[in-house]
Design a protein around this ligand. Structure first.
Ligand SMILES: *Cc1c(COP(=O)(O)O)cnc(C)c1O
Length: 368
């Protein structure tokens, strides 16, 4: 018999999700036409505060679509953080452009605005800040640099639905912003994604690009090579229901974080997840740094106690496809010491306390 385990993330799917998907199935619209798609696009764009939403089949295709829409391609460079999920540099590579990696800010772990400027070249076409693990990037200096250098800004909000920078939701700052609705994200459609923008020109272009590049006025006439990156009505049906509960999801994650803060804040070897004064973080995965101990050993001990954890991402500039000799000290340090703790909204207080307890026990083994 398998031991009961506390997972890092688990979606919360209820009656409304079931009802909407049933409606979609009974309607017969199971592919990329149907009432839920527009409802979800409009509803989500409205929630974030942009004029247009263009849904996609996942977050990676949302990034690719945004890059292609802005004309990024061969010979261009795109500035991305090194400490992020690999889909970000991958989407850049799909266009033929080259990702250029920037180090993390030591205090809040996202791309360090001070380190962007010296990575800008004549070839730079766009910057993709990633709001990592639910914490927003510092947008003011990033916006300034983008404006001054005349490069596009694409926000990657895949881990930060509902997070705010200076009381404005992330996803409002970029020329285009991209979201993922993968099963472990703050809002899920199973697989899914969306591009948000205020520009009707970009929105129309992305709608055509995601639909094989087909001319909307002339069926089977394709002016250029497009993609099939459409979301299905079934996914959108889930999304509409998930959107109704997003604020309660974020409240629950914030509460989980408050329990973690209170219990783990007193421990010497633990650095808590950041929350800058200008940020409303949504704690996608509650994350900590461990100092003076072997993180991987701690993770193994917690695993033994039935607690699932995740290490931070590897810095992309260390991965085989992107390997450089460059040192990005903060990204490397964070990657080595960081871990994500169970952050499912379904967790009870007792389960969170059990997670804390298993961490404390594992620490005692190493520290004594
Ligand atoms: C999850 C994620 C993506 C990719 O989303 P998928 O829906 O899995 O394709 C992109 N960027 C970041 C930062 C992510 O965490």
């Amino acid at each position: 018999m398998s031991k009961p385990r506390i997972p890092v993330a688990e979606p919360e799917l209820g009656e409304q999700e079931l009802k909407n998907v049933t409606v979609a199935i009974k309607s017969g619209w199971v592919s990329s036409k149907g009432e839920f798609i527009e409802r979800f696009e409009k509803g989500f764009a409205n929630y974030v505060g942009t004029r247009h939403g263009v849904s996609t089949c996942n977050g990676t295709t949302a990034l690719h679509l945004a890059l292609v829409c802005l004309g990024v391609g061969k010979g261009d460079e795109v500035i991305v953080p090194s400490l992020t999920f690999v889909a970000v540099p991958n989407a850049v590579i799909y266009t033929g452009a080259k990702p250029v990696f920037v180090d993390s800010h030591p205090a809040y772990w996202c791309m360090d605005p001070q380190k962007i400027r010296k990575k800008i070249s004549k070839k730079t076409k766009a910057i993709i800040p990633v709001h990592l693990y639910g914490h927003p990037c510092e947008m003011t200096p990033i916006l300034e640099i983008a404006k001054e250098k005349g490069v596009y800004l694409i926000e990657d909000c895949a881990e930060a639905h509902g997070a705010e920078y200076k009381n404005r939701k992330v996803g409002c700052f970029g020329d285009i912003s991209c979201f993922s609705f993968y099963g472990n994200k703050i809002l899920t459609t199973g697989e899914g994604g969306m591009c948000l923008t205020d520009s009707s020109e970009y929105a129309n272009s992305m709608k055509i690009l995601r639909d094989h590049g087909m001319n909307p006025k002339k069926r089977y006439w394709h002016d250029f090579v497009g993609f099939n990156y459409r979301m299905t009505n079934l996914q959108a049906a889930l999304g509409v229901a998930q959107l109704e509960r997003i604020e309660s999801t974020i409240r629950r994650k914030t509460w989980l974080a408050s329990v973690y803060k209170e219990v783990l804040g007193k421990i010497n070897n633990v650095t808590l997840a950041p929350e800058m004064p200008w940020a409303r973080t949504v704690y996608w995965l509650y994350s900590i740094l461990l100092r003076g101990v072997n993180r991987d050993r701690i993770m193994l001990d917690m695993d033994e106690a039935g607690v699932e954890t995740r290490p931070f991402f590897y810095p992309a500039h260390k991965l085989p496809p992107y390997k450089t000799k460059e040192e990005l000290i903060e990204a490397e340090r964070l990657s080595k010491h960081g871990m994500n703790l169970p952050s499912s909204t379904k967790l009870s207080e007792n389960e969170v306390l059990h997670v804390c307890d298993s961490l404390k026990r594992a620490l005692v083994q190493q520290v004594r």
